[in-house]
Ligand binder design. Structure first.
Ligand code: PMV
Length: 363
């Protein structure tokens, strides 16, 4: 079994005195079985599984050059859409601190991080998964220069491992269409340390599965996910919830292979509502859904009943609604969304996405 120490490199075989750069794109992901609650060092309290998205992504260029000064601090500049982004720096500084032991070259270089998201800024869609995912793969490209013998498997595993240290669910944004994170009996080689690609044959019903994201509320969340995860400590239902996630993951594995869409809908919606039920039963309790979130959920239920189209919703830690549906119902569901749901979105905004394959290098 892979251990944390396996990601601490031996002496590098190559020296790197030149400057250079890489650019990677990393996608966002949407969990089907949700991660909520964590232990120390970003270890999940329960396993999760997600669809990788295709259109919602972060593109990050990472330039590096040997540091001229002998300062013992990390040295980096950070730009979002070409403009300096000072308020992202503390989070990045923390990320550097957490991963330094695994990337011992970090203090020898000055980095320029230039990042952009394909989805609207402050849309309420978390950019931390795609953002940290893109940083992690860039760093792995640099490490590969020091250690050209590195295997593909090590590259991807460690990229996911590093992304996890930036933001838990980011480890599911590295490689694969469906990714499992967290050790669980039903998935061979699953790990708490990194996400693994779901290797079973996925039923054609899920090919090009659609995710339309309705932007219900773009404001700052009343409670951050960091705080939300913490509230699972001493939560009265935590233990049952963690056990349920293992069971639901085994169920989801079966559903994804046999293509049973009724069961998919049932499980995905139940997981979304359970996540929010955990928030409502925390102490202090909180609610991230908005009245329009519930309006949309009710409309989806009604539409499903009337049409028999297997469209369902899921939620992240926020008010926005992800609508998941099969590719062969795309035209009808999009029409339904336009006719009946966009009135509940802020500025009528929504994003059309679908299942993707993971991060890729751009230069
Ligand atoms: O990765 P974090 O710490 O932002 O947590 C995200 C948790 C959920 O999005 C609510 C669920 C999940 O598994 O993605």
């Amino acid at each position: 079994m892979t251990k944390t120490t396996d990601f601490i490199p031996q002496e590098y075989t190559q020296k790197l005195t030149e400057k250079g750069s890489f650019q990677w794109s990393a996608p966002s992901n949407i969990a089907l079985v949700k991660y909520w609650g964590k232990k120390e060092n970003q270890i999940p309290a329960n396993p999760s599984i997600s669809f990788t998205l295709n259109n919602c992504k972060t593109i990050t260029k990472l330039e590096f050059e040997p540091k001229k000064s002998t300062s013992k601090d990390f040295a980096f500049d950070l730009f979002l859409d070409g403009k300096p982004k000072e308020d992202f720096k503390p989070k990045m500084q923390k990320f550097f601190e957490r991963i330094e032991v695994y990337l011992p070259f970090l203090k020898d270089y000055h980095f320029t991080i230039s990042t952009e998201n394909t989805f609207p800024h402050s849309s309420g869609i978390a950019s931390s998964a795609s953002g940290m995912g893109a940083m992690a793969v860039n760093f792995m490209s640099i490490e590969k220069l020091f250690n050209p013998e590195m295997t593909e498997e090590y590259f991807w595993q460690k990229a996911s491992f590093l992304a996890r240290l930036g933001s838990g669910s980011a480890c599911r944004s590295i490689k694969g269409s469906v990714v499992v994170w967290g050790e669980t009996e039903s998935i061979e080689n699953s790990s708490d340390l990194f996400g693994v690609e779901f290797l079973e044959t996925i039923h054609p019903n899920f090919q090009n599965y659609q995710d339309t994201i309705l932007l219900v509320d773009k404001g700052e969340k009343v409670v951050s996910s960091t705080v939300g995860h913490e509230l699972m400590h001493n939560h009265p239902f935590a233990q049952q919830r963690f056990e349920q996630a293992h069971d639901n993951l085994a169920r989801m594995k079966q559903i994804l292979t046999d293509g049973n869409l009724q069961k998919f809908v049932e499980l995905v919606e139940s997981e979304a509502l359970t996540l929010h039920a955990m928030m409502m039963t925390s102490m202090p309790y909180f609610i991230l859904m908005k009245p329009n979130t519930l309006e949309i959920i009710n409309k989806i239920w009604k539409y499903r009943q009337q049409t028999d189209i297997q469209v369902c919703f899921t939620l992240d830690a926020g008010a926005n609604v992800h609508i998941l549906y099969p590719n062969n119902s795309k035209d009808k569901v999009l029409q339904f969304i336009k006719n009946e749901l966009i009135v509940y979105c802020q500025n009528q905004q929504y994003i059309c996405d679908e299942i993707g394959i993971g991060s890729f290098k751009l230069n």
